[in-house]
Design a protein around this ligand. Structure first.
Ligand code: FAD
Length: 360
């Protein structure tokens, strides 16, 4: 294990999951404790920028960040956590890692490349797939499907893009006004949107013909599935936390984001049962709060100074290509260039890199 400077505090903090929440927590605590970050992959990825990387692969050079670049004073274990006990985390690679504090931040199960280099190659391959296709089918009209359709419609306006969504409106995680604006924008870019239909994906290998549940036929040279991913909490089902998962597999937490009834086990990010939209900026907020509270606690601070977490109302910006977006803000929903100015140019990549202590 690499030597760590720990500022005289020797508490062992183990973070499982190096995504939006876990990576920021590891970065924030690395000089205050002996931090171990366990992640399935060697790098942290700015998830909300990965669709841009599909139309512009070089974008991923800034959005896939080796953990070692921002986590310079801790132990990195590249493996899957498979079990936890009252004192240790066990990994698929056979390590038993002892903790004083444990933070679970495993987000969604996403079988992406383990190495950053392979991830960059993946984006080049996806880009070639798009560039060589005449027609593209996107299944799923949530933020991922809508943003991908937007990226392709703007960067490859000659492609025939069809977006199929089984719900009655796009972007169901936010309000109907945002759905309408996204729908109008996509239609204005000649994206064919089919609502209340699903696509039969059980087709012969190499087939380019798809049937929808309403019997429509769609011809597509390439297909992107944007139907959402399961939470990565199933690995907890046989652990000491098996009774702390709700029916949806979310981890039940208290107002300090501690697993209910536990003093030294926390959960942050998409895995928690906090009643709010699962968003990266909220995962970051939770990571910063837990970092602050843990620092206080490790320094022997008083309980009354600890922050509590309050759920936020749905606020979201869905980019529509490079310049436009639809934004649901506290009192208004806006679309077009003004909304795009907030997010769509750099997709908060510079800001996120800066937050991780890196060159924007
Ligand atoms: C395409 C897309 C666009 C988005 N756009 C936005 C946006 O514009 N704004 C916004 O706020 N949010 C956005 N989000 C949502 C945001 O990305 C998530 O809310 C955020 O990533 C949640 O962070 P997390 O740390 O909980 O999980 P993740 O970022 O998913 O990280 C989980 C980490 O845990 C690791 N892991 C999983 N299981 C294990 C295991 N057993 N052992 C070890 N490691 C494990 C994974 O490898 C990963 O590194 C978007 C998401 C997507 C997919």
């Amino acid at each position: 294990m690499p030597k760590q400077e720990s500022g005289g505090n020797e508490k062992r903090v183990v973070i499982v999951g190096g995504g939006v929440a876990g990576a920021l927590l590891a970065k924030s605590l690395q000089f205050n404790a002996r931090v171990t970050l366990i992640d399935q992959k060697e790098y942290f990825e700015i998830t909300w920028a990965c669709l841009r990387a599909m139309v512009e692969p070089s974008f991923a050079e800034r959005t896939a960040i080796n953990h070692k670049d921002y986590f310079t004073n801790g132990n990195l274990v590249v493996s899957s956590a498979v079990n936890i006990t009252e004192t240790e985390v066990l990994t698929a690679g056979g390590s038993n890692i002892a903790y004083d504090y444990l933070v679970i931040a495993t987000g969604h199960a996403d079988p992406v490349s383990k190495s950053r280099i392979d991830r960059l190659v993946h984006y080049k391959t996806e880009n070639r797939k798009i560039a060589s296709a005449h027609s593209i089918l996107i299944v799923g009209g949530g933020p991922t499907g809508v943003e991908l359709a937007g990226e392709i419609a703007v960067d490859f306006p000659d492609k025939k893009v069809t977006l199929v969504h089984k719900g009655s409106r796009l972007l169901e995680f936010i309000g109907p006004k945002a759905s309408d604006k996204a729908m109008k924008w996509l239609v204005s870019k000649k994206v064919e949107v089919k609502l209340e239909q699903s696509v039969n994906l059980d087709v012969a290998e190499g087939s380019k013909t798809y049937q929808t549940s309403l019997g429509e036929t769609i011809e597509a040279d390439c297909l992107f599935l944007c139907t959402g991913k399961p939470l990565s909490t199933s690995w907890l089902k046989e652990t000491i936390l098996k009774n702390d998962l709700d029916v949806n597999g979310r981890i039940k937490v208290d107002e300090f984001l501690r697993v209910e009834g536990r003093n030294n086990i926390f959960a942050i990010g998409d895995v928690t049962d906090i009643p709010e939209a699962k968003q990266g900026y909220l995962a970051q907020k939770q990571a910063l709060m837990v970092a602050k509270n843990l620092k206080l606690e490790m320094e022997g601070g008083r309980d009354c100074k600890r922050e509590t977490y309050k759920p936020s109302s749905a606020l979201a910006i869905v980019s529509l290509g490079r310049k436009e977006a639809v934004a649901q803000l506290p009192f208004v929903t806006i679309g077009g260039r003004f909304a795009g100015l907030i997010k769509s140019g750099d997709l908060f990549v510079g800001r996120t890199r800066k937050q991780m202590g890196l060159e924007p």
